[in-house]
Design a binder for this molecule. Sequence first.
Ligand code: IMP
Ligand code: MG
Length: 181
Amino acid sequence: MHKDVERILFTEERIHEAVSGIAAHITSDYADSSGLIVVGILKGACVFMTDLIREIKLDCTIDFMVAKSYGNSTVSSGNVRILKDLDSDIAGMDVLIVEDILDTARTLSAVKTYLLGKRPASVKICTLLDKVAAEKVGDVRADYKCFDVENEFVVGYGLDYAEHYRNLPYIGVLKRSIYEH
Ligand code: IMP
Ligand code: MG
């Protein structure tokens, strides 16, 4: 275990099982889709995304976005800054957004509103983790999720603290001493 990690919440094996489980649901839910596009939100979703798409047994395309939200509780398409937009046209497509963790959902709420403006057939959200106790902005909820977590700071499997720990193969709680001085 990494010296900065207090304890492991989800091992590689458990993550793999959970990812396979939701991928099976996605495969069956989108079986009749006329065009599925899986959109990863960088950088946090990168590890989850690459594992997930390999378990989705359907023809699909992928794309990535980078978005930054402003610290404001009222959400509209106006308060998210898209640093990298989609390369593809999503009109008429079924969009599945892949995110690392839903905390306040501020970013995703704005991203979802933004994407809905591009006239897709549908937009759903798939998150690796959901901080269930955190108050959510807007009506954004996870359509698919692997695990619920408490209000603790977690890292690994794509999740970072100051850009570190993304490459840990497991998800763990970061020691408080790392971010509290
Ligand atoms: P939200 O907009 O409040 O839902 O924030 C979600 C974003 O905050 C995620 O995409 C993460 O980048 C980051 N985040 C929130 N909680 C954690 C955590 O426990 N560990 C690492 N990143 C987190
Ligand atoms: Mg992040």
